[in-house]
Ligand binder design. Sequence first.
Ligand code: ADP
Length: 284
Amino acid sequence: MRLSDAPGDQIAVRCEDVVRIYSSATGDVHALKGIDAVFPVGAVTAIVGPSGSGKSSLLRLLGGLDRPSAGRVEVAGVDLAGQRPRQLRALRRRQVGFVFQRPSDNLVGYLTAAEHLQHAAAVRRCALDDPVALLDVVGLARRADHRPVQLSGGEQQRLAIAQAVVGEPRVVIADEPTAELDSDTGKRVLDLFSDVASAGTAVILATHDAIAVNAADRTLFLRHGAVQAERTRRAQALAVIDGAGRVQLPPEALALFGQRRARVRVTDDGVLLTPPDDHDEEPS
Ligand code: ADP
């Protein structure tokens, strides 16, 4: 079964030909240029790509924090396009745990660490009997009564991650979640993401961290606002074919085609692309 054909209840977020254009005084910026992707429950998906490739723009759409300029984004079975702002807010609060890159953006100054988790549980209408046990998972049990200002950047980020996973929402999205963490705490956080995914959540991380990419079940490579390639644990690399039939090659394959031309041969096994030789360049 292809992922995109998976039953609806297995797919937490679905993007169809998603475009995001920002208008500014200096002109339009095409940040996302037709993203087709699905994010299944049960999997941790890493989104990687150079700065400016559209990772943050995509995360905001996947989390219902923004709407596409064109195309369709469906979160927990709900098409964002048809939603009023109040409905969108309710969808986000119940179904999406979002961790912004800047730790302080995730937290409320007057709440303690334990109160952050209790508040998240109340918003998601779930029971959280023992907030300290969840704080312990991210190494913050002894910080339960501390407010954000009393926590380091890394501790704030771990609290934000714990808060995002309370009640195992349908989608947990984190922008560079391990950037502020040492390798031990980074590993604990990645294990937590994996556990949360296994419980029935789609976990989506934008990351530059090779350890986080290795820990993920799938990786989407973004480049210039498009999905250049997709890699899963089982398949080595999957090139992405967009709705118009264009194929994006993974970086290591693209490197073979410096002239941006390929010989195409259809074989019994599939389609073989090879770099052109000198004869191909001669006029006929
Ligand atoms: P990444 O997270 O991979 O660095 P972004 O999604 O932040 O990429 O940005 C993609 C492109 O969109 C960049 O060219 C960036 O400058 C532009 N961009 C992002 N947000 C805005 C905005 N609010 N207004 C105008 N341009 C934006």
